[in-house]
Design a protein around this ligand. Structure first.
Ligand code: SF4
Length: 497
């Protein structure tokens, strides 16, 4: 998972890109970068949080009205300054590119590009592969299609990307002297929203981003999203060109709604907040059917992604909603912290149970998901230690049984508790009196019930093993997991270097 943003404006873009990255910080806390251009290209990238990388001195050097930004959450690639996006190439024109997603056929492409195209790959990042394929084909189009429109040449290059790659990619690129190019994989797995701002002088500025979280603060109105397989090009005269080059079933990631996205985001024209409310409603109905005799005294979310589902679940059950676990907002999300030890250690630092809300009560804990099971188990232990009489554990997401190869840093299959244990075994491991997982159909219903969306069916591959690109079998899974483990080891080594 990563956050990407691109702005083509009539005024300097850097400060707005910085503000956008702050609003995308939840999508990646590992590194960030901004590239702008006027008559020259200006780049600032670094490791850490957005606020720690950029300061008044380096921001002032990011001149130009066009720019792109990235917050990094590593799913693929090593760890170090060289892996931080946006990536840059000077041929042709000068292209900077930011990517959110993951290429399933990275290994094959890296081999082809190194051995056949004789291109040196300086990183383990699939963004470098994407940039190479796009730039190389744009350069070919420049030479062989020079009697055509530049947008036709862009379409040629994006079509080549679509033909050679498999997986998920939402991409924003800036091309010096040409404008901004935005494209999305044919399944639309990772999000890519569009916005516009009308200026007083009648001109229009454009923003494209993983989420709409910064639109209000920066004065942008939501506009047409980038469709699956579509390429959008904003030229230097601010004319918008768009073309859908490929279209497969629209299968956006369901985990964005469950966990990753900020609740105030409109994602694929569906409110993330409302979808989470509906998850809670569906869970309440299932609870009443399966456990008609078990009524909790309070419903407590495992903060904070599960707050919304817990709120609607409590309402539907007629039970008091309680923030019985206080979350320290200054500690990062456990799911994306590297290494098990830090993860385990951070739970106690991160959450403090409120004894007055818990003691002698039947407590229903609502969590967004159970991945490895360790965090959930520790939460249960804390609530038990603080005197709960009974504990029921309810999960907004169905059992996560398969790894994600489309850009979410899931553990390997063997680390996922639901891939090796039954629900009864998980209930026992967690030490709870009842366990309820959302059903896949209920989750899909919660996401797709409302909104002016065109979702055919969301990707639920990590829940049912049906990968939407149809090219992930057992052998591919093992190969991808080996690659990921190698990346993780490299990152761990880098941290201690
Ligand atoms: Fe999202 Fe899961 Fe599909 Fe990955 S496999 S894109 S996390 S739904």
């Amino acid at each position: 998972m990563c956050g990407i943003v691109g702005i083509k404006s009539h005024s300097p873009a850097a400060n707005e890109i910085y503000d956008s990255l702050i609003h995308l910080q939840h999508r990646g806390q590992d590194a960030a970068g901004i590239v702008t251009y006027n008559h020259r290209v200006h780049i600032k990238k670094g490791l850490g949080l957005v606020r720690d990388i950029f300061d008044a001195n380096n921001m002032v050097r990011l001149e130009g009205n066009t720019g792109i930004g990235h917050t990094r959450y590593p799913t693929h690639g090593g760890y170090g300054d060289g892996e931080v996006q946006p990536f840059w190439t000077d041929v042709p024109y000068g292209i900077a590119l930011a990517h959110n997603g993951n290429l399933v056929n990275y290994k094959e492409l890296a081999h082809e590009i190194s051995m056949e195209d004789k291109r040196y790959l300086n990183t383990h990042s699939d963004t470098e592969i994407l940039l190479h394929i796009f730039a190389d084909n744009l350069n070919k189009a420049r030479k062989t299609m020079d009697d055509t429109d530049f947008f036709d040449q862009v379409c040629y290059a994006v079509k080549k990307v679509q033909q050679r790659t498999s997986g998920s990619y939402s991409v924003i690129a800036s091309i010096v002297g040409k404008g901004m190019v935005i494209f999305r994989d044919p399944h639309g797995i990772r999000p890519l929203a569009g916005g516009q701002r009308k200026n007083d002088d009648g001109t229009t500025d454009f923003i494209f981003s993983s989420e709409t979280t910064m639109f209000y603060a920066l004065g942008y109105e939501p506009a047409e999203n980038v469709k699956p397989g579509e390429v959008v090009y904003i030229d230097e005269d601010f004319t918008v060109h768009r073309r859908q080059l490929a279209k497969k079933d629209f299968t956006p990631c369901i985990f964005e709604y469950v966990y990753f996205s900020r609740p105030d985001t409109m994602m694929n024209h569906v409110s993330v907040y409302r979808s989470r409310l509906r998850m809670g409603q569906n869970l309440a109905e299932a609870w009443k059917t399966i456990y008609p005799d078990k009524k909790p005294d309070i419903v407590i979310p495992a903060p904070s992604t599960a707050n919304t589902a817990a709120l609607s679940m409590a309402h539907a059950l007629g039970v008091r909603y309680s923030e019985g676990l206080y979350k320290n907002p200054f500690i990062g999300r456990t799911f994306i912290m590297p290494g098990q030890t830090e993860r385990e250690k951070s739970v106690k630092y991160k959450m403090v149970p409120q004894a007055i809300e818990i003691r002698n009560k039947k407590v229903m804990i609502v969590d967004d998901s159970i991945v490895r099971g360790n965090t959930s188990r520790q939460i249960v232990k804390m609530v038990k230690d603080f005197g709960a009489n009974e504990i029921y554990f309810v999960v907004a997401c169905p059992p996560v049984k398969y790894p994600c190869f489309y850009g979410v840093d899931m553990p390997t299959k063997s680390e996922l508790i639901a891939s090796r244990s039954s629900e009864e075994e998980i209930q026992k491991y967690m030490g709870v009196d009842a366990l309820l997982y959302q059903k896949i159909d209920d989750l899909v219903e919660a996401v797709t019930r409302k909104g002016d969306h065109n979702i055919d069916h969301p990707c639920v591959a990590c829940l049912n093993g049906e990968y939407v690109t149809k090219d992930v079998d057992e052998q591919k899974m093992q190969e991808m997991e080996q690659l990921r483990n190698a990346d993780r080891n490299e990152r761990t080594l880098s941290i201690f270097r």
